[in-house]
Design a protein around this ligand. Structure first.
Ligand code: UDP
Length: 431
């Protein structure tokens, strides 16, 4: 099949760990590569955020990345990108008119807006559109309230994308439940999880050096909703009990290891650790290249993933695949991926005491740790390899292509109002 992926802000070529670069980038890159392995031809359309990028860059055999000129060729926070979506959609339509894909798969609500508008421009030659949200504005608003920097148009456009896409590919069952009240019929929702790189994340292989302390680790963007502060507080609770044989390694953020202390999120979390009296037990590593992450994970006794909410969460799978027990807030995708007492321990969201208790349990029970680690490897490698995820995604695509051979459906996404098109980039985006 000829597959067009649309990922407006998340390029598969981007460095990971910064404010707007995480799971979606990994998802689009790995799914595209795994689909290409199955013989498909994939083009990923992403916004040009650097004037020096060539228009087309091969990612791997069978996958090309096309940089779309829409908005300034510079980094723009994703919450400020909506005004550039009409242009993005126009460019997509131009490409698709020359070479209609068999299926389009858009990622994140704004890509959905651009892809559906572009598809509508093709009239009866319209390709079917599958859409994955990666995050939902209504969930974000519930948790972040006034801190949510999404544009106000998201409230109406996101559900419209859900209702207009031919299929919504949810990444976990929790997301499927969230889609129903938005008006997405359950008959048009497929659940296919994200995957994990099972060649990179293995229990065997080099491990970073470490000391004798019990090492807990967090990995990912350092935006507040990822809950790293909760893990720092949990560490402080354990220290207060007299357990100072535990350390926390924090990986991720917008800077590399050399200028990690310039990262405002690291400054915020360090100040938190200082207030809690555990600064000496927390080390901030900054962004670690994805290829080096497995070695870092192998040096950990447990990985803590304590987000307030989580659309999917690839990091727990990466930890499981590497053979590290996971302490996971029981939210979103983590409910499906982490099995309580099987591959890790679930804790209620935003509960540092529960995180501390789970760390204590794992610290005191090496046998339990070994069991969880073994089961995590088996679960991640059998259920969540990208090869399996690509095969499941392909089934969704084939059903779509078979259901709309004439591509007659009209897009129900109205052209963006002028007000949206006139908004200009300001402020910061923090999903
Ligand atoms: N990541 C990385 N290096 C870092 C921080 C994060 O390679 O320094 C990767 C991490 O391994 C994972 C992705 O970024 O593959 C984060 O995805 P996840 O779904 O856990 O969170 P998101 O960022 O999408 O909220």
């Amino acid at each position: 099949m000829r597959i067009s992926m649309v990922s407006e802000h998340a390029s598969p070529l981007a460095a990971l760990g910064g404010v707007d670069a995480g799971g979606q980038n990994v998802h689009v890159a790995a799914l595209s590569a795994a689909l290409a392995e199955r013989g498909h031809s994939v083009t990923v359309y992403t916004r040009r955020d650097d004037p020096h990028l060539p228009e087309r860059v091969p990612l791997c055999r069978g996958v090309d990345v096309v940089h779309v000129d829409a908005g300034p060729p510079a980094a723009v926070p994703k919450d400020d990108l909506l005004p550039f979506m009409p242009e993005f959609g126009r460019v997509l339509a131009e490409h698709w008119r020359e070479d209609v894909p068999d299926v389009v798969h858009s990622h994140f609500w704004m890509s959905g807006v651009a892809a559906l508008q572009a598809a509508a421009r093709l009239g009866t030659a319209r390709p079917p559109v599958a859409h994955t949200f990666h995050a939902l504005g209504n969930v974000k608003r519930r948790h972040q309230g006034a801190e949510d920097t999404s544009p106000p148009e998201r409230e109406t456009l996101e559900p419209a994308v859900g209702r207009s896409a031919d299929t919504v590919v949810a990444t976990c069952s929790d997301e499927a439940f969230e889609l129903i009240p938005l008006g997405v019929p359950s008959s048009r929702i497929a659940v296919v999880p994200c995957g994990v790189d099972t060649e990179l994340f293995t229990p065997e292989g080099p491990a970073e050096e470490r000391g004798a302390r019990f090492r807990i680790m967090t990995v990912g963007r350092l935006v507040p909703r990822k809950g790293v502060g909760l893990t720092i507080t949990a560490l402080a609770r354990l220290v207060a009990e007299g357990r100072d044989d535990i350390e926390l390694t924090v990986i991720g953020g917008s800077r590399g290891p050399r200028d990690v202390l310039d990262d405002p999120d690291v400054q915020r979390l360090r100040a938190h650790a200082r207030r809690e009296g555990v600064e000496h037990l927390v080390s901030f590593r900054g962004q670690v290249p994805h290829a080096e992450l497995a070695a870092a994970l192998r040096s950990a006794d447990a990985v803590v993933c304590a987000p307030w909410y989580e659309p999917f969460g690839i990091v727990p799978l990466e930890a499981m695949a590497t053979g590290v027990p996971v302490i996971a807030a029981a939210v979103g995708g983590l409910i499906d991926t982490v099995v309580h007492g099987g591959t890790g321990l679930h804790v209620p969201p935003r509960d540092p005491d529960a995180i501390a208790a789970a760390i204590r349990t794992l610290r005191d029970d090496p046998e339990l740790r070994a069991d969880l680690a073994r089961a995590g490897v088996a679960r991640a490698h059998t259920r969540y390899s990208w090869a399996k995820v690509a095969a499941d995604t392909e089934r969704v695509y084939r059903a779509l292509a078979a259901a709309s051979p004439t591509g007659a459906a009209e897009s129900r996404i109205a052209p963006l109002p002028r007000r949206a098109a006139a908004r200009r980039a300001t402020g910061g985006a923090r999903a």
